[in-house]
Design a protein around this ligand. Structure first.
Ligand SMILES: NC(=O)c1ccc[n+]([C@@H]2O[C@H](COP(=O)([O-])OP(=O)(O)OC[C@H]3O[C@@H](n4cnc5c(N)ncnc54)[C@H](OP(=O)(O)O)[C@@H]3O)[C@@H](O)[C@H]2O)c1
Length: 325
């Protein structure tokens, strides 16, 4: 796959440091790779886990701690040029599960950055879901996270990205569905005919790196996608996936009745509350999945920063199960 081009000469950022949160996640791990390739020194936050260490990567320094640890956050952002806040909770049960991380966590990182003698530029990875804060606890928490970074006492030079559905190697949310598509069938909510945008993780991260190398876009909330005009619905995704993942064969759509999904979601919700785990399918997630319009475009981000996507869905899907990726 074509790798996004760095926007400026890498020598201009020699010895410059970017602080990253969420670097152990799906999007963040791609981000730190692309940032180092672009010439950045990376300082990355990680939550220590028994028996595992973060990967050793050239030009990446790991700082142990979480979004509630003021000392760790101060060490993370001290003297950096740019902060990219990519940590977030994508699964949870209660409003508090999401707000603790997506709202309070974002505020803590923004406050640490704003308190620097020379405050760094700040990029928040929000979500297109923040458009509809009443739809789910996740959506609301991403919207409140955006409000939080705008509210720091010392003004920050912030930019917000609102990605739509992100896919690519390492993703855990859409991958099971693409896997069943590659086996010729796709369980999907019955009557889910809304339109939605998508973006490959390399393209989203390419836009983040492109932003990091510029001095533009402050005070802007950018939506961004793969550039496919009018996005997709599930039938158009199945057409493309059939060509790419099933050698031109068709993929059988298996409609899952919404009432059944709701039943599973409520069972998950109740069991998760009792047992303390974070399920993917919750009542809020069903409202997100069945929402009719998750379309966005690149008009603003391209006009202001010059970034453009490079990976179409067919190309992105073709690389999904590539073991050499
Ligand atoms: N994936 C998508 O389709 C999509 C779409 C739109 C927006 N986004 C946003 O993009 C961001 C990254 O998503 P992702 O898909 O890469 O999620 P992910 O794979 O679940 O990664 C989440 C990252 O956040 C870290 N994190 C979570 N809670 C933390 C805490 N309390 N303190 C420190 N770090 C914490 C995780 O650390 P651990 O490894 O320690 O758990 C991990 O590095 C999120 O803000 C999400 O809302 C994602």
């Amino acid at each position: 796959m074509t790798k996004p081009m760095a926007a400026t000469n890498t020598s201009s950022i020699e010895n410059k440091i970017v602080a990253v949160t969420g670097a152990t996640g799906f999007i963040g791990s791609t981000l730190i790779r692309q940032l180092t390739q672009a010439g950045w020194q990376v300082r990355a936050l990680y939550r220590p886990k028994a028996g595992s260490n973060p990967p050793v990567i050239n030009n990446v320094t790991w700082i142990a701690g979480d979004l509630n640890n003021a000392d760790a956050l101060n060490a993370l952002v001290a003297d950096v040029n740019v902060v990219i806040h990519c940590a977030g909770a994508v699964r949870g049960v209660t409003r508090d599960d999401f707000d603790q991380i997506n709202e309070a966590g974002a505020l803590h990182v923004a406050q640490a950055a704003a308190a620097q003698p020379n405050p760094p530029r700040f990029l928040l990875i929000s979500s297109l879901a923040a458009r509809m804060p009443d739809l789910s606890h996740y959506a609301g928490s991403k919207w409140r996270g955006e409000a939080a970074i705008k509210s720091t006492a010392q003004p920050l030079r912030w930019t917000i990205f609102r990605p739509p559905a992100v896919y690519g190697p390492g993703d855990r949310e859409l991958m099971p569905l693409f896997k069943s598509m590659s086996n010729g069938f796709a369980p999907l909510p019955a009557g889910a005919n809304g339109r939605f945008s998508m973006i490959h993780v390399e393209d989203l991260v390419g836009a983040m790196v492109h932003w990091s190398l510029q001095d533009k876009g402050y005070g802007e909330t950018f939506e961004l996608d793969d550039g496919h005009i009018a996005g997709y619905n599930w039938n158009s995704v199945l057409d493309i996936a059939g060509r790419v993942l099933c050698n031109g064969g068709s993929i059988r759509r298996i409609p899952i009745p919404i009432t059944l999904l709701k039943l599973v979601a409520w069972t998950n919700f109740t069991a998760a509350k009792l047992l303390g785990y974070s399920p993917m399918l919750t009542p809020g997630k069903i409202r997100e999945i069945t929402h009719s319009d998750w379309l966005c475009d690149n008009n603003d981000i391209t006009r202001i920063t010059g970034w453009q996507p490079t990976c179409e869905l067919a190309q992105g899907l073709a690389g999904l199960f590539d073991k050499h990726h």
